[in-house]
Write a protein that binds this ligand. Sequence first.
Ligand code: BES
Ligand code: ZN
Ligand code: ZN
Length: 491
Amino acid sequence: MLKLTAADLRNLPAETLAVPVCEEASIHPRGPVASLVRRALGYEEFTGKSGNELHLYDPPRCSMRRVIVLGIGPKDKVDAEALRRFAGKAVKTAIEWRLESLCLEAPSPQKLGLDTRTLLKALMEGACLANHIYDRFKSDPKKKPLQTICFRTSPGAAEAFSALPETVQTVCEAACLAREWVSDPSNEKTPALLAAAVKKRAESAGLRVEVQEEETLKKNKMGALLAVAAGSENPPAMVLLDYAPKNPEKTVALVGKGITFDTGGYNLKPSNSLDGMKADMAGAAAVAGTLLAAARLKPKIRLVAALPMVENMVSGAATRPGDIVSAYTGKTVEIGNTDAEGRLVLADAMAYMIDRYRPDMILDMATLTGACLVALGEKIAGVFSRDDRLAEVVLAAGEETHERCWRLPLPDDYKELLESKFADIRNIGTSRWGGAIAAALFLSEFVGETPWVHIDIAGPAYIKKGGDYCGPGGTGFGVRLLWEVLGRLRS
Ligand code: BES
Ligand code: ZN
Ligand code: ZN
């Protein structure tokens, strides 16, 4: 649990205090913390360099028993992300030490040139996200999350931002749940199992939930989605979530790619590329997390979400390259490559959402292309939209949350790459190049005139090695981003 406090060091509600320190500049107001910092800097081995760590024990005139002093580098380089990382490292150290609680000292916003809300929010996010441990399948879990994390700040700030801990915690917990779904192994998250897990959470959060099973999907003529599902023994399912406040300002539809495992189908992936394909439902996990956060924080926007869950497998019943199927919109699609399955599933889910809810805008999030990974690497998502204002909102939200996004183009003349000799469209481009763009252009053919943004999270959805505030596995990327996007759409 996160808490703000203005307690002085003689009455701190934790036995351990973590203090951020900059090289060659003070970032704390004069007083007892500044003296602790001076003491730390008196040791040759501690300079405040980023990653530098020093432990002090039983400081005089303080109630706490330990102080973790952590270097965060030169002051002019300290931004919100540096504070998230500081908080994350402090929490990870405390978890290593098997502590139950930790207090983090907030530096002075004035001295860092940051606004107080940004500063406190960053500390809380880093701490809350780092306090998540994925150990569902360990028989003998070694680490335990901290029970309480408090943030020490000025009495004025503690009062002004008293509601912040709960908001941050709600969004970060949703991100951690998304992480867990992504990290879960595919044998434990078949479409039916994942749909049931999401349904359970969504119902207890008070969302309207509908799970469409194979029969309904067939009845609704979702031919593109069903073509992907054809090769699996585990039938597909589509979860629909609806957060409907009274008199909403607008309706936003969110769609997340939910491929519970992507073998590639008959265009089978090579061994190395199969690794990590359990994470091919990270878009669905992020969208589900966002709706769970919304159900608790109650924004004035109606949110409708579709999570198409499908396993892309090989069998005698699987779709073949060259097959032609009919999508929900009636468009015929030639399957040029069975590994380009995400766009098929999304095309049907998005068209269905537009038909059913007539949203003011639609946003999809998907681990869509390896090409996006090649273009932007493992930490940055690709953003595609014909609507400049919407794209700007997403990019700005990416800056704010450090779930970084980069806009890529949707050039009309590249559409000819998707031309099919036999059907209305083909699911892959004829060129080896520009794969992320070809995929986005394919999607654009199924959203009509509805303002739309596509976010390709193939890179940042999953990490093999953990970071300062994220363990290895699913990252929960997208939940904080989407929540921030929704906040910016309202204002
Ligand atoms: N799920 C993959 C994309 C992906 C790759 C996500 C690596 C995360 C990490 C997607 O379904 C896929 O296989 N895309 C193909 C498309 C190609 C066949 C046109 C790709 O990117 O190679
Ligand atoms: Zn694929
Ligand atoms: Zn895929």
